[in-house]
Design a binder for this molecule. Structure first.
Ligand code: CP
Length: 310
């Protein structure tokens, strides 16, 4: 195991390429284990992890829970809808009460950008960001990049376009940081209203034309329109959005090459991606979900070794 240090995983920003390579190499070992008849290791036998989800989740919550169980950790699951947060308790009080029951690590999803960093400053536990508002979703970006590496051999030198609601997407920001660290070129594509104004300052290309973006890229990561974070209308109708930015087999067939199709989920079939593409061999959507368990096992294992990520 490398000597890369991990304490929290709050975001991809602040990580180095070698941090990510260490996570990937560790995930390779865990992926081998997950595909063996045993599937489990007692590596985190003495660790207790609380999963705090203040926002809805299917993939991330189940993936972390499985990763923790495969590592032999004790776990407790907490969702805001059934907790005393509803009675006015602060986040710090809630977490300190949980920690007083001898919990070592917190995995948290929260609607407020920066909530995980805030928590890491105020409580004595290792914090893993499972998505904080429109800010970052680091384990999603890690599993996305890991899946590109698996499908295409390497991330370096690949051209990746992220399509859709970039403005409200924590997946886009974490992917931009991770892919650039690993040597990929990144483009974002979507309607002008859903692209942050100064995003070029992150070193990404910008296109408002899906066919231009598809002709440029090796990999297209299709994002959902995040209606739950939109306080106004950013385009006239979902049908118009889908006509201009939805990925269909007709559009793929117009390319003179194969591209790899990704989606972080949940997918809205017929809006940003057609069913035939989502279920086709072009798509690695379910491989991404599968890889999420190994990647999250790697993150939790490295944290439990007392290493520092950022
Ligand atoms: N990709 C992702 O974060 O999905 P969930 O919201 O279901 O966790």
């Amino acid at each position: 195991m490398s000597n890369v240090k991990f304490n929290h995983l709050l975001g991809i920003k602040g990580l180095s390429e070698s941090h990510i390579q260490t996570i990937f190499e560790t995930a390779d070992t865990f992926k081998g284990l997950l595909n063996s008849p045993v599937k489990k290791t007692p590596a985190l036998r003495d660790i207790t992890i609380a999963n705090l989800f203040f926002e809805n989740s299917t993939r991330t919550r189940v993936s972390f829970e499985l990763a923790e169980k495969r590592l032999g950790a004790d776990i407790v699951n907490f969702s805001s809808s059934s907790s005393s947060v509803k009675k006015g308790e602060t986040l710090i009080d809630t977490v300190n009460n949980i920690l007083s029951m001898k919990v070592d690590m917190i995995v948290m999803r929260h609607p407020a950008p920066g909530a995980c960093k805030f928590l890491a400053k105020h409580v004595d536990a290792q914090i893993v960001n499972a998505g904080d508002g429109t800010h970052e979703h680091p384990t999603q970006a890690l599993l996305d990049a890991y899946s590109i590496r698996e499908r295409m051999g390497d991330v370096a030198g690949k051209k990746v376009v992220i399509v859709g609601d970039i403005l409200h997407s924590r997946v886009a920001l974490s992917n931009i940081y991770a892919l650039q660290l690993l040597g990929a070129e990144v483009m974002v594509c979507g309607p002008v209203t859903l692209i942050p104004k100064n995003i070029q300052s992150l070193g990404v290309k910008v296109s408002n034309n899906l066919m231009e973006a598809l002709n440029w890229c090796d990999v297209a990561n299709m994002l959902r329109i995040q209606l739950e974070r939109q306080d106004q209308r950013y385009f006239p109708s979902l049908k118009e959005y889908s006509n201009l930015y939805g990925l269909t087999m007709d559009k793929l067939n117009m390319l003179n090459k194969e591209i790899c199709i990704m989606h972080p989920g949940p997918i809205n079939r017929g809006v940003e991606i057609s069913s035939d593409i989502a279920d086709s061999s072009h798509s690695i959507i379910l491989q991404q979900v599968e890889n999420g368990v190994a990647v999250r096992m790697a993150v939790l294992f490295l944290l439990a070794q007392g290493n520092k990520i950022n």
